[in-house]
Design a protein around this ligand. Structure first.
Ligand code: DAH
Length: 341
């Protein structure tokens, strides 16, 4: 270390020791590393240094610069913690004289629709289960007949925790645990928040809600599935709903379907909302794959079952005529106050 850098280091250490808050820290940073800071000036002065000493001087300045940067980062963290603690400890965090709105709050539209759907299924003998948002690979994929490297995983990239666990990409992730908990016969619905690594736009969100349902018993067939879905949708929309099934592929059901409802806007005539088809895709579903039943400890000789994954967020958009999905996570009270439940 050269004499100059050694002196600067000493000076810096004294200053940083005395820094009381993040504002102090910022002025120290500017003083040393800013455009006209000591270290920057030193660096600019390198040209005037004799050739044989240049290399050593350059290295010394770089080492000093790194030292200062690291020290500032560490101190910043330390000060930020202290400042928070101070705020929490002081009465400053709660001011009784602050204006308080007397406006009444309202339920979130997703909560409203969730409760409505729950009520309908409850009257049909379904239990309602709450399930964790953090799951493991087995629950989210393996137990649903989606082994590692299966292409179905491509559509469901999500957020992974350092523990190897992940944020569930679909409510189907609870199927295995719920089958194991109750055994057969079983009627259960389990709503929940789901997460996917999505590019966000008016129709896509990285956080959304689904409601999964399963029914397992002797002689369960596709007719049961259609009956339950029709009943549910007719209740939710307050009128008799026309539905249709199209083939759809999901590794955990066989056969699998996409359930469509007749477009609510044009009543099947064709309009921009249904891309002129007269139908809207609402709920993928199917007969539970025997492997999935087996993983859940269900006797496949005796029992069959259906499963469906209702897009609650999607349903709320249709029901309330919301055109942009981003509203739901926006916290925009003005928007939400319209959905009085
Ligand atoms: N879990 C699927 C998804 O989010 C949706 C789904 C498809 C659920 C078919 C089901 C089903 O229960 O039977 O993409």
């Amino acid at each position: 270390m050269t004499e100059k850098t050694a002196a600067l280091k000493k000076d810096f250490e004294m200053q940083i020791l005395a820094a009381k808050n993040t504002a102090d820290l910022e002025s120290i940073r500017v003083g040393f590393l800013g455009k006209k800071g000591f270290v920057t000036t030193l660096m600019q002065g390198l040209n005037d240094i004799p050739k044989d000493k240049k290399r050593e001087a350059g290295q010394a300045i770089n080492t000093l610069k790194q030292f200062i940067e690291e020290a500032i980062e560490n101190k910043k963290e330390e000060l930020a913690k202290l400042e928070w603690q101070k705020k929490i400890d002081s009465s400053e965090s709660y001011d009784e004289s602050l204006f308080c709105s007397s406006e009444k709050g309202s339920y979130h539209p997703i909560t409203l629709i969730q409760r409505e759907v729950e009520k309908v299924f409850e009257t049909m003998g379904f239990v309602i289960e709450n399930y964790s948002e953090i799951v493991d690979d087995y629950q989210c994929f393996e137990s649903l007949n989606i082994p590692k490297h299966h292409p179905a995983r491509d559509m469901q990239d999500t957020y992974y925790l350092s523990t190897g666990q992940l944020l569930k990409t679909h409510t189907s992730a609870a199927q295995n645990a719920i089958m194991k908990k109750y055994g057969a016969p079983l009627r259960a619905i389990f709503p929940g928040r789901c997460f996917r690594n999505e590019n966000i736009d008016a129709c896509h969100e990285n956080t959304f809600f689904q409601m999964e349902g399963i029914m397992i018993d002797e002689d369960i067939s596709i007719s049961n599935l259609i009956y339950f879905m029709k009943t549910l949708l007719s209740e939710v929309f307050g009128k008799n709903m026309d539905v249709r099934l199209r083939p759809g592929f999901f590794p955990f059901v066989e056969p699998g379907f996409e359930l469509d409802i007749k477009c609510l806007i044009c009543d099947g005539e064709g309009c921009p909302s249904c891309k002129d088809s007269g139908w809207l895709e609402l709920c993928p579903c199917g007969m539970i794959h025997p492997k999935v039943l087996e993983y859940g400890g269900i006797d496949t000789e005796k029992y069959t079952g259906f499963a469906f994954g209702l897009g609650l967020t999607r349903l709320a958009m249709m029901r309330y005529g919301v055109k942009d999905i981003r509203i739901f996570n926006s916290g925009n009270l003005k928007a939400f106050s319209q959905f009085e439940g």
